[in-house]
Design a protein around this ligand. Structure first.
Ligand SMILES: [Zn+2]
Length: 213
C-alpha cells in the first residue's frame, strides 16, 4: 500500500506517520529526514542537495524524486510524509509511480483550524544547547527559559515565532492546498480532523486507512 499523509505544519503528521509505520510495518518516507541524513552521510545526492540548502534555495523536485524513487517499491508499503508539497511534485511523483506500476492507494489529509495550529506551533521551544524539545504550555521547563537537563537557554526557534508561523501557513495554503484538489480527481482522499489527542487522532487514522472513510 502507498499512502500520502498531508496536512499543514503543526497538524502532527510526523508523529502520526512514525506511529503508523511502527504499527503497520510500512516504510516511513519523510523527505525532510531523508534530506538531512543524505547531507550528513555526504552521499552524492546529499552534496547536491546541500548546495541548494546552503543558499536557502528549495531542493529541486528532480533531486527529491531521485531520493525517494528507490524506496517506492518497498514491499511493506510506503507512507509519504512531507511530499508532494506542490502540484508539480505531485505530477512528477505520479509519473514515476506510473512507470513503476505502483499507484497511490490513499491520500490522508489531517486538518486542524488555523488558530489551533498557531497556538500549537508558537508554544514550541527547544534547548539551544542539547536540543531537548519543550512545550511552553503543556511541558515548560521548571525554571522559565532554562533547560531542565543541561541548564542552557530554552529558546523559540525563528520559524516557530508567530510571524513565521503565519508565513508557513500562507505558503502551505498557496502551494500545498492545490495538491489536495489535484488528488481529489485521481485518488481516494480521506479527511481527518486532527484536533484531538495524539492517541485519538491515531485511532481515527488507522480506522480510516482500514475502512477507507
Ligand atoms: Zn539543554
Amino acid at each position: 500500500m502507498r499512502i500520502v499523509l498531508m496536512g499543514p505544519p503543526g497538524a502532527g503528521k510526523g508523529t502520526q506517520a512514525r506511529r503508523l509505520a511502527e504499527s503497520t510495518g510500512m516504510k516511513h518516507l519523510s523527505t525532510g529526514d531523508m534530506l538531512r541524513s543524505e547531507v550528513t552521510t555526504g552521499s552524492e545526492l546529499g552534496l547536491l542537495a546541500k548546495g541548494f540548502m546552503d543558499k536557502g534555495d528549495l531542493v529541486p523536485d528532480s533531486t527529491i524524486i531521485a531520493m525517494i524513487q528507490g524506496q517506492l517499491a518497498n514491499p511493506a508499503g510506503v507512507l509519504l510524509d512531507g511530499f508532494p508539497r506542490t502540484v508539480i511534485q505531485a505530477e512528477s511523483l505520479d509519473e514515476s509511480l506510473e512507470v513503476a506500476g505502483l499507484p497511490i492507494d490513499k491520500i490522508v489529509h489531517m486538518s486542524v483550524d488555523t488558530e489551533e495550529l498557531v497556538r500549537r506551533l508558537s508554544s514550541r521551544a527547544v534547548c539551544k544547547s542539547c536540543q531537548t524539545p519543550y512545550n511552553l504550555v503543556s511541558d515548560a521547563p521548571s525554571i522559565e527559559g532554562v533547560c531542565d537537563k543541561c541548564g542552557s537557554d530554552v529558546i523559540v526557534r525563528d520559524d516557530d515565532k508567530p510571524e513565521a508561523v503565519m508565513n508557513r501557513m500562507k505558503v502551505y495554503e498557496e502551494l500545498t492546498a492545490p495538491v489536495l484538489n489535484y488528488y481529489k480527481t485521481r485518488a481516494d482522499v480521506i479527511e481527518i480532523i486532527a484536533t484531538g489527542t495524539p492517541d485519538s487522532v491515531f485511532e481515527e487514522l488507522t480506522q480510516a486507512i482500514e475502512t477507507g472513510n
